[in-house]
Design a protein around this ligand. Sequence first.
Ligand SMILES: Nc1ncnc2c1ncn2[C@@H]1O[C@H](COP(=O)(O)OP(=O)(O)OP(=O)(O)O)[C@@H](O)[C@H]1O
Ligand SMILES: [Mg+2]
Length: 521
Amino acid sequence: MVKNDAEDLAKKMREVSVAEFFEKNRHLLGYENLTKSLLTIIKELVDNSLDAANEAEITPTIKISIKQIKDNRFKIISEDNGPGMVEDKISYAFGKLLYGSKFHRLRQSRGTQGIGVSGAIMYSQLTTGKATKIISSTGKNKIHEIEMMIDVEKNEPKIISHNEKDNEKGWHGIKIIMEAEGRYTEGKQSILEYVRQTAVANPYAKIIFDNPNSKIVFEKVTNEVPVQPKEIKPHPYGIEIGIFRRMINKSNSRNIISLLTTDFSRVGRNSAIEICRISKIDHKRKPNTLTHDEIDRLHEGMKKVKLISPATDVLSPLGENLIKEGLKKEVKGEFFVSVTRPTAVYRGNPFLVEVGIAYGGDLKQEGSAQLIRLANKVPILYHQGDCATLESIIETDWRRYGFSQSSGSMPQGPLLFLIHFASVWVPYTSEGKQAIANYPDIVKEMKLGLQEAGRKLAIYVRQKNKLKEKMIRKQIFERYIPEIVDSINDLTGIDKKKLKEDLEFITKKNTKLEEEKENGK
Ligand SMILES: Nc1ncnc2c1ncn2[C@@H]1O[C@H](COP(=O)(O)OP(=O)(O)OP(=O)(O)O)[C@@H](O)[C@H]1O
Ligand SMILES: [Mg+2]
């Protein structure tokens, strides 16, 4: 006899809420240990504040405070001067997982999933049982103070209290107060490192970081707020059939031409007619009347028509100068090089790669190179082993540029790499947003950037080594001058002082000539 029959099993079946799923799998969101959990909370709060300020074109000032209240328990306060949030959205944005303003669009931003801050609030209540306080104002009459928790089984916000205050000073922004379990350290993968790298990648932001050990203020170093990234529509070449089907079914467009020209980028009226012709579908048809087969044909047809590549001016890179400045802040190096690659495309999504390398100086001579990773200006500190950035460095042949490297590993030497990946959609390997997936198009671009930077670095290193060799030769020659002077004097009787002066002159002249040759004079 079967122990559990289908009816018994059927009784046990029920829907799982997204919140329940992530509560059980909190490691997927970055909450697997105390140190990383505290970092994840701060990261989610700061990323949101920077995104909100950027979108509202406000120069961001962000305050973060972390105070230890007892063993492994911290009080966290974050405050920004962003646009704030309208009253009726607050509880959902903060109290419902997978709810946000960024998922359904293609635009370069730090957050995308709609899970970051609600995940942090869920972790807080899971480890302390306490509610989170959110204070928000859009700068108008009222300041809202909401204490809330998340009803995990329903994945819904649960409001504990809601008070309103007059907004006499016109304050706008969001302030969040929560408690959570964590551990504060200041090592390599720490909050301090995250904040420091964030300040480097966002030099127009002021970040005040009040931590258990000290209060550090990262002043903004420029008033230049970067150009706003633009939102784009998907490009027909990158759209996958499942998504295309959904777009068609949901579409209210009058006809296929209108759908193709308004919901996709780079499709003009003529291209739309051509797509329909190739797909053998009447372009006057209403999209939501298309059959399964017809949608497939249209999807195929879209890829056969020649279209302009996705828009490439939609991204906001750091720029070659800022990369060098950023690296200079990280390390006292001897030579810095940076490269911003042109925009490329993966799965129809525009992206660009920037590479920086710091060499020599304070960097350790021995051991493997180090790596700073940024995705849409957000430092990523964990899961380096799974990241396309590491794969690209490993797959680049650094011996060509004069560094030792065993196969499948980082080059050796005094090297610090920085790789910035900017895209309208960052393909993270998991919800924890700590590693970039290694799509071949992405790895290829990263490698091209690394090679370009590698070549520039190799020129410098080679020149430096040549010069070093010459200096050694000069020193050896100078060491023998007294002996040569004695011998020539013995043989010819020429005045020793004159001989010495002549030989020194020849050495100097030769070295100078060689130096001039080196410098291309
Ligand atoms: N400081 C803030 N100021 C204004 N709006 C905010 C702020 N923080 C969050 N939001 C809004 O709340 C939404 C939910 O935030 P959440 O961090 O959960 O998701 P996200 O940032 O969209 O994506 P991700 O999961 O990748 O972080 C955001 O999409 C944004 O609209
Ligand atoms: Mg977020």
